[in-house]
Write a protein that binds this ligand. Structure first.
Ligand code: PBG
Length: 326
């Protein structure tokens, strides 16, 4: 008989009361685990609800500051910003405009809520009129020409005061290019959070509504990863670390916990997971129908993402979950 055998051992003994379960709990969720993704748009007093993400809005800078103040007060350590520019063009120039929407938002947040970490999502798709994450040439995203614009974007974000830059475009070599550009501009202390394993996922649909960034032709399968691949993710991550990534992200989160687990085990770097717009939308839709107990489902999914190895979680539920945990 093994030592763990019944009747000497009874697993139910440690499940009998809430204090007992708390004593032996292996994973504890706290507001310090969350990063809050936010969409910032031009104007003042603007709050535009996003249909496919009930509860999430595009916010003008003044309301963004309020939202971030609330998050910081509850112990949420950081926000990640996505910009909705007033106009888009083929080269995504709104992304690296010194007076661009995200740059303005970063400056306002660092002034008004200095203790909150401001992470800038570094990508062009919110700023290009074709919706792709880089420069189009011969009907495809040109990798190496895109690197220069991403580098420019990251430097302008750092100059505005971003604490961390987070490239999400999936061009090859972008972490190295951005690292070199940041160092060159005197921002050698600004860390890079690389979306190292980012999959071409259907779960980004609602985000593209929010950012009005759906590709106008084709899809992103030529640069984002195939959802079927696991070992390739480890190669992607290793390459990003070699190029200078300080932290990595796995995205989406819940359907990719195997990738998250192995990434953490294998590399041991600070590792985040992004509970993306579609994951949020599914939970909100089930809730709206009365099919799930939202708060339990939200906390369970976030706990499981942490259990699988996430040191932090980008989640649209950051504020909501922080309130539940307060
Ligand atoms: C920009 C970017 C996207 C997301 C984060 N950064 C969209 C995409 O790649 O299409 C998706 C986030 C979400 O779905 O919540 N490239």
């Amino acid at each position: 008989m093994g030592v763990l055998a019944f009747p000497v051992h009874r697993y139910r003994r440690l499940r009998g009361s809430a204090p007992l379960r708390a004593l032996v709990r292996e994973t504890r969720l706290t507001p310090a685990d969350f990063v809050y993704p936010l969409f910032v748009c031009p104007g003042e007093g603007v709050r535009v609800p996003i249909d496919s993400m009930p509860g999430v809005c595009n916010l003008s800078v003044d309301l963004l500051v309020e939202e971030c103040r609330n998050a910081a007060a509850l112990g949420v350590p950081g926000a990640i910003l996505f910009g909705i520019p007033p106009r888009k063009d083929p080269l995504g120039s709104g992304g690296y405009d010194e007076r661009g929407i995200v740059q303005e938002a970063i400056r306002a947040l660092k002034r008004e809520v200095p203790k909150l970490l401001v992470i800038a999502d570094t990508c062009l798709c919110e700023y290009t009129d074709h919706g792709h994450c880089g420069v189009i040439e011969d009907g495809d995203v040109h990798n190496d020409k895109t690197l220069a614009l991403l580098s420019r974007t990251a430097v302008s974000q750092a100059r505005a005061g971003a604490d961390i830059v987070a490239p999400s475009d999936m061009m090859d070599g972008r972490v190295g290019a951005i690292r070199a550009a940041l160092d060159e501009a005197g921002f050698e202390s600004v860390p890079i959070l690389s979306y190292a394993a980012k999959y071409a996922s259907s779960f980004y649909g609602p985000f593209r509504d929010a950012a009005q960034s759906a590709p106008q032709f084709g899809d992103r399968k030529g640069y984002q990863m195939d959802p079927a691949n696991h070992r390739e993710a480890m190669r992607e991550i290793r390459a990003d670390i070699d190029e200078g990534a300080d932290m990595i992200l796995v995205k989406p989160a819940l359907p990719y916990l195997d990738v998250l687990w192995e990434a953490k085990q294998e590399f041991g770097l600070p590792t985040g997971a992004y509970q993306v717009s579609g994951e949020y939308a599914m939970l909100q839709a089930a809730t709206a129908n009365g099919w799930l107990e939202t708060d339990r489902a939200v906390l369970e999914s976030l706990t499981c993402i942490k259990r699988a190895g996430a040191d932090f979680i980008l989640t649209y539920y950051a504020l909501h979950a922080a309130r539940l945990l307060a």
